[in-house]
Design a protein around this ligand. Structure first.
Ligand code: M6R
Length: 596
């Protein structure tokens, strides 16, 4: 969604705001703007990337303000719809992440009272509403306005007559406070703060905050003070930078072995998984969106194979509005950001149905952690590129841990099985490193296959969702049309699209469906499609049936989604690089989607 950053302190605000904003650009990048209170309120904004805004910014003096980078929901990406939005007096400026659902009714009422609107955004109704309540205290006016506004928001507001104060509020969109000596910060996400502080406080739903150079005051929407202990962030600024790689995505793909290692650390020996207890669970439903949904789909196979427990996966956006059967599975909600609106909605629905809920997220203190009974963290470190890579791998690792724990508790795994599976999990960082060491080979294959207009991905069983995820990665960052099918489904329709111009990427590692996949490869080869297979190292038979093979080290099939996914991430990355695409910030997308 959008990214916001605010500052109140003794330094010149502009460079601090721009620096913070650039670290939030993954949240949206169709327009950007700043509001700074110096001798007066100054607002500058424009369509396009932050770099475009920066290039035209005059030197604005002032030590209070905020900045915003937008991912459009209401109103096209344009200068007039860019944030900040100002009221009729030109004294109040507001930036917003989220959606004001009753904006049309508010606008109609405010226009009838003489307020002049200039944009097509939902946000502008809120700044005029605050103006309508303003009697010399921005915090008070904002509180009254928020009682009338419905929807999701993280907002920042300043008033020309109140220098040294930034007012913020949150409901269903993230907002974090950074604490410094004689200066304080507000931001949508921690990376914007890391250069200045590692002490943070999370603002919760339906709370307001006022920062000044000397302090921070959190209150609920009724105006009652809230006290909360600060937390220390363990990520460093270096973690949030590219570290010599051309793109964050490439750096993050290469961080997969570390993400696996960290996610397993201290959890494997005794299967102590952050207080997760499996007693009384007879079935599991995995719910998520996008890449996390593909992890959920793979999770079904992992849980069924290792723990022998019935499992199913469902899209969060579908689950939250479905009727649902009357049984009460454990509902596992998977979300990298912990802020995806559909997944949070699904968590609430699961609890409403009386299900136990378990969240898997990468972000400490994110909204999901407050919606579920238990949270298991992936410890992948910060992920900046919009395309999820190492966090997806870490999600799979947590799912293996859950399966082992359930397998142990349910007695479906003997001691020997358990030890063997644990050893295999421990060796996964090495297996993945082996794939990463083939980067040059994968780059050459990307050059060979990456000029097609359409590419098909096929896989079966646990590697069907792996194919789906491979295709999603390619679509997202290279804009090449890619579709994935369960290989056995080709003959039921999609085969009509297969021609010598449509390369097929086939996941054909040694798993229970290997022979069947080989037959499916035969079906596409017979139609002239070039085939690039991901096969098990040393499989000489496979090489006879396909044009090229990316070799995946031999491991038990249940773990194969991990190295195969890393190979497909690298392939998508190299194709996108070939086409000179904006890999870390693909068009129309944002890292976390905090609206429905
Ligand atoms: O933060 P979440 O894991 O809940 O995000 C879900 C999807 O929006 C996300 O996975 C999306 O599909 C990414 N662009 C994948 O690369």
């Amino acid at each position: 969604m959008c990214g916001i950053v605010g500052y109140a302190g003794g330094r010149n605000a502009l460079p601090i705001l721009l620096d913070g904003l650039k670290r939030l650009e993954y949240r949206g990048y169709d327009s950007a703007g700043v509001a700074i209170v110096g001798s007066a309120l100054q607002v500058v904004k424009d369509k396009g990337f932050i770099a475009n805004l920066e290039a035209q910014l005059p030197a604005i003096a002032g030590s209070t303000g905020f900045a915003h980078t937008r991912w459009a929901t209401h109103g096209a990406p344009s200068k007039v719809n860019a944030h900040p939005h100002v009221d009729c007096t030109g004294k109040i400026a507001l930036a917003h992440n989220g959606i004001i659902e009753n904006f049309a009714a508010l606008r109609e009422k405010l226009e009838a009272r003489g307020h002049r609107f200039v944009s097509q955004t939902d946000t502008e109704s809120l700044v005029h509403l605050i103006e309508s309540y303003y009697e010399g205290d921005l915090e008070d006016a904002t509180r009254k306005a928020l009682h009338e506004a419905r929807g999701s928001y993280a907002i920042l507001a300043v008033h020309a007559d109140e220098p040294g104060r930034v007012v913020g509020a949150r409901n269903e969109s993230p907002l974090v406070i950074g604490l410094g000596p004689d200066e304080n910060f507000l931001a949508s996400d921690v990376p914007a703060l890391l250069r200045y502080t590692d002490r943070v406080l999370y603002v919760m739903d339906k709370e307001m905050v006022v920062i000044t150079p000397k302090g921070v005051a959190i209150k609920d929407l009724e105006g009652h003070a809230v006290t909360r202990e600060p937390q220390r962030i363990t990520w460093s600024l270096e973690d949030a930078e590219k570290g010599g790689f051309d793109h964050f995505m490439l750096k993050e793909i290469h961080e997969a072995p570390k993400a696996i290692h960290e996610t397993l650390l201290g959890r494997l020996a005794n299967l102590e998984v952050d207080g997760f207890l499996s007693e009384g669970i007879t079935s599991v439903k995995l719910v998520a969106c996008g890449t996390s949904y593909h992890a959920a789909m793979i999770g079904k196979y992992i849980l069924e194979e290792i723990a022998r427990i019935p499992a199913s996966a469902e899209l969060a956006s579908e689950y939250r509005y479905s009727q649902g059967p009357t049984d009460r599975p454990l509902v596992i909600l998977i979300t990298q950001s912990g802020e995806t609106a559909d997944t949070l909605g699904a968590a609430r629905e699961a609890r409403r149905r009386g299900c136990k809920t378990l969240g898997i997220t990468n972000i400490l203190g994110s909204s999901l952690t407050r919606e579920v009974d238990t949270t298991l963290y992936t410890r992948a470190g910060i992920e900046i590129a919009v395309a999820g890579t190492k966090t997806f791998i870490a999600q799979l690792i947590v799912l293996y841990l859950i399966a082992l724990k359930m397998g142990q508790d349910r007695g479906t795994l003997g001691y020997d099985d358990l030890d063997r599976l644990k050893d295999q999990l421990r060796s996964l960082p090495r297996t993945v490193q082996n794939v990463l060491d083939r980067s040059a080979e994968i780059r050459a294959l990307a050059a060979k296959y990456g000029n097609a207009r359409d590419i098909f991905y096929i896989g079966r069983h646990a590697n069907y969702p792996v194919a789906l995820e491979g295709a999603l990665k390619l679509k997202e960052i290279s804009y090449i049309h890619a579709e994935a099918y369960a290989a056995g489904e080709l003959k039921h329709g999609p085969l009509a699209l297969v021609t010598p111009q449509t390369p097929v990427i086939a996941v054909a590692v040694q798993d229970p469906t290997y022979d069947k996949v080989r037959s499916n490869i035969g079906e596409v080869s017979a139609r002239g499609a070039p085939v690039l297979a991901l096969g098990t190292s040393g499989d000489r038979e496979l090489a006879k049936y396909v044009d090229d093979v990316i070799e995946i080290p031999e491991i038990p099939w249940v773990f194969s989604p991990v190295p195969v996914s890393v190979a497909l991430q690298l392939f998508a990355y190299e194709v996108a690089r070939l086409h000179d695409c904006p890999i870390d910030k693909p068009r129309n997308l944002a890292k976390s989607v905090t609206v429905e």
